[in-house]
Design a protein around this ligand. Sequence first.
Ligand code: ZN
Length: 600
Amino acid sequence: MSNITYELSPSDPAAHLFRVRCRIPEPAAEGQRVSMPAWIPGSYLIRDFAKNIVGIRAGSDGRPVSMQPLDKDSWQCAPCENELLIEYEVYAGDPSVRGAKLDTTKGFFNGTSVFLRVHGREHDECVLSLRPPDTEAAAKWKVATAMTASSVDAQGFGEYRANGYDELVDHPVAMGRFTLGRFTADGVEHEIALFGRHYGDLKRLCSDLKHICEHHIRFFRDKAPFPHYLFIVMVVGEGYGGLEHRASSTLICSRDHLPHSSKPGMNDAYREFLGLCSHEYFHSWNVKRIRPAAFIPFDYQKENYTGLLWVFEGITSYYDDLALLRSGRIDAQSYLELLGQMITRVLRNRGRLRQTVAESSYYAWTKFYKPDENTANAVVSYYSKGALIALGLDLLIRQNTQNTKSLDDVMVELWTRYGRPEVGVEEYGFEELACKTGGESLRGFFDRTVRSTEDLPLDEWLAVCGIKVNLRASESSADKGGKPLAKIPSAEMGITLKEEAGLVRVVHVGEGTAAQKAGVWAGDLIMACNGLKAGLKRIAFELSHAEPGDQFVLHVFRGDELLVFHPVLQAPEITTCYLEVDKDSTPQQNAARAAWLWTG
Ligand code: ZN
């Protein structure tokens, strides 16, 4: 049987349209069924990519074939004897890493946004024929993708091959003008393609990534699970995001987060970008190859439920920053600052008292991925709390085994057992494996951390390594925690604010806070605070001179109605965390810390 072929061209960059021709030799005798995915693996939200199809038609032997819609994203084609050709255009206007975008400067797509799934033929090898754009402005475009090339020109246009639909849609493709950095990690070729204007120091970036990638490959005590790897980076004015794939990742990065040759040190912004690269790269193992059983096979048409996202995102979020330390990119103090920020994110979120990480994983599709003004009161992040559970698990296993085993060993075991296609981690599979490595005493750990809303005993866990967990009030909405502060306000309203065209908008109102009790709601525009024109600075100034029990007067617009509220200020919540090494640590605590952070 000949291969299914997808011919894709950026046919009209100015109108943001990709044209796709899908040729299906020997279509199903009863009529071929095809569909567009409703979601993209790695991002747990129904996105209904079929909505971007602009005109779709089928034909065979030069005659039209009817396409009967079955639902919002599937079609039943009439039977035909010879090759079935389905042609359509896709509007590509999504600037995120989850969809497709095309304009006169560059093009990007995930296969889930552009390729029809041919039902019953998902495991067939297929061909992507990538055509160059025919506009003059795009004549110098090149292609960046990790898909296997079978016959391409110097610019990367031509034929690619994928061993089935899952693989076809797991190699995003970017095209345009970009700068390319190359390095090898553990003998494997790696590339980083930077799209968009930037002043980044590519040499520095490649050197740092090489250390991080080598660390992750060696972490799993096996050879890299891909023949080559590609980081696709979209450099923008302001943005952040990433999505993992089997041999590549797509990242969105703010221009000033890249390193600059004039500033050789490490700053917070570049540290954050390296953390993101480290995160997506670790996913090459943890979620791309070690997968929940619920994802095998992926059902592209509807939600795929699992209570394990805390394992796949939480553990990845634990190791992303830890790898920066262990690979020598940052020092221990910098790592403890990042960990303090992670703890702050969890503690500030009152949703931690309402939802468990198992529930947060399960309902990701409707809650975590559909945030609104009340999310922080109702939803816990399986990323941040999951990372802290991973931390606790790591420290307890080390304690139980006198530092002869750790979470690292559980991950290696997980990789050995599940790191191949068609074998998924059952809902309790991870816990079983962790108990096998770290001891039966861990059984109760998962009930307390994964299936309960109890606060995590972080001070107890970290004390074993001689680290003190300090808590303080927050200075402002911009205070991420991780560091001590000399001066903090003694009273608060309990709202998150942002300045919008010179006006102050309430973004979030914390449950049980002064603002909520007085009636302030997210979305309100604060016009005046205590009779003075509102601005972030003005409100911060008023708060800096206030005490718990003081009454504020807020004039706000809700819609077009002016309302007045009188919040009675409360003592601030003590939920901002910073960590420090206890100066009185015992030699045993120092040894435990060095074993954990690899600083010995
Ligand atoms: Zn992730």
